[in-house]
Design a protein around this ligand. Structure first.
Ligand code: SF4
Length: 360
């Protein structure tokens, strides 16, 4: 039976166990629920980069900070298809498309994304999108197009979230996840460690994720990649031991979830990543870039898999492939409701300082 009422104290007690006990417990839970030699491989594709109006303190795509990333308009469907075919040939079972938007707006660009979803689903790959906040109607339209998963990270605890982002509310993030849950699209939601949060905040985020019923089908655990020009550009990187503890704790409190080792892998040795797999990570992002930050080369990953005797998981192992409904047969296209997303607008000194510096 899955436990949903974890308390912060219970999770902290797990997180702080002696390392060998923590690893043993996490690896045991992992074996009970998953094949420990299979790892799901996702390719993350930035279909619209940069120029985002939000102020997420960790993100180089926020227009208000000064970073070196090259922005681009929404990719074309044939371009996305070519990238998906490349990803499939190199062992990925899922393509995750990310657009630097605050929320989805009905119209031409969303229609183009829906066409991308249809196209990739027809390649027999799992399709995931991360497009910002979405309404129930938009979630339904994505589901109809054949979307397998929607990513919307909680990022951190509700308490610490106020020190990271001021342009949208934690409750809106939960509402988006709730909208996805009303469809048959699976939920992908996790967070980032190393943003200056306390260990209690890591536990707080896990309380929030584990209390969702059902729990998210995948939970990405990212280590902050500090990017110069962002408010968090100077923060010291987290140690591999903190990643291992976070992965292991996530595995124990969400036993059936795919725990994804996400940003920050370039900083990890193979030994460190192997420990994360042992601790229950069973998914990675492949490809030389994670939206805008570096990621290990696909060949390097395949060499690591060979060394560890890991196999890439086939698509649709956990859930059947969704059917694609063509645009002209959609029953939702004329029913878009007006979203009521909030903008808390409080002051985060670190974010304001980075914005002021960018203007100079
Ligand atoms: S994390 Fe997403 S929403 Fe936040 S600034 Fe970056 S692209 Fe925009």
């Amino acid at each position: 039976m899955i436990k949903h009422n974890w308390t912060k104290e219970e999770i902290l007690a797990i997180y702080n166990k002696p390392m060998m006990e923590l690893l043993y417990e996490a690896a045991s839970v992992h074996r009970e629920h998953h094949n420990p030699n299979q790892v799901q491989v996702s390719t993350l594709l930035s279909i619209k980069t940069g120029g985002c109006p939000e102020d997420c303190g960790y993100c180089p795509q926020a227009a208000r900070y000064h970073t070196d990333i090259e922005g681009n308009d929404l990719m074309s469907v044939p371009h996305v298809k070519a990238q998906a075919l490349r990803a499939k040939a190199s062992g990925s079972s899922r393509v995750c498309m990310g657009a630097a938007w605050r929320n989805v707006k009905d119209g031409e660009e969303f229609d183009q994304v829906l066409e991308m979803v249809r196209t990739i689903n027809k390649l027999d790959m799992e399709v995931c999108c991360t497009l910002g906040m979405i309404t129930e109607n938009q979630a339904q339209r994505l589901a109809e197009a054949g979307l397998y998963a929607y990513n919307h990270n909680l990022d951190t605890s509700e308490d610490y979230y106020k020190d990271v982002i001021s342009t949208r509310a934690y409750q809106d993030r939960l509402a988006t996840i709730g909208n996805v849950r009303k469809t048959n699209v699976t939920v992908c939601s996790g967070g980032i460690i190393g943003m200056g949060e306390a260990v209690e905040d890591r536990a707080g985020m896990l309380v929030a994720l584990a209390s969702l019923s059902p729990q998210p089908e995948s939970v990405p655990i990212n280590a902050l990649v500090p990017v110069e020009g962002t408010p968090m550009g100077e923060i010291e990187k987290v140690s591999i031991w903190e990643m291992i503890r976070m992965v292991a704790t996530t595995r124990i409190v969400m036993p059936q979830t795919q725990v994804r080792l996400s940003a920050g892998r370039t900083e990890m040795s193979r030994e460190g990543q192997a420990m994360c797999f042992f601790a229950g990570a069973n998914s990675i992002f492949a490809g030389d870039k994670l939206l805008t930050t570096p990621n290990p080369d696909v060949n390097e990953d395949m060499k690591m898999f060979e060394l560890l005797g890991l196999q890439p998981m086939k698509p649709f192992v956990k859930k059947a492939q969704p059917e694609t409904v063509e645009a002209q047969y959609s029953q939702y296209k004329e029913q878009g409701e007006k979203p009521k997303w909030t903008r808390p607008g409080h002051t985060i000194d670190r974010n304001e300082a980075a914005k002021a510096k960018a203007k100079l």
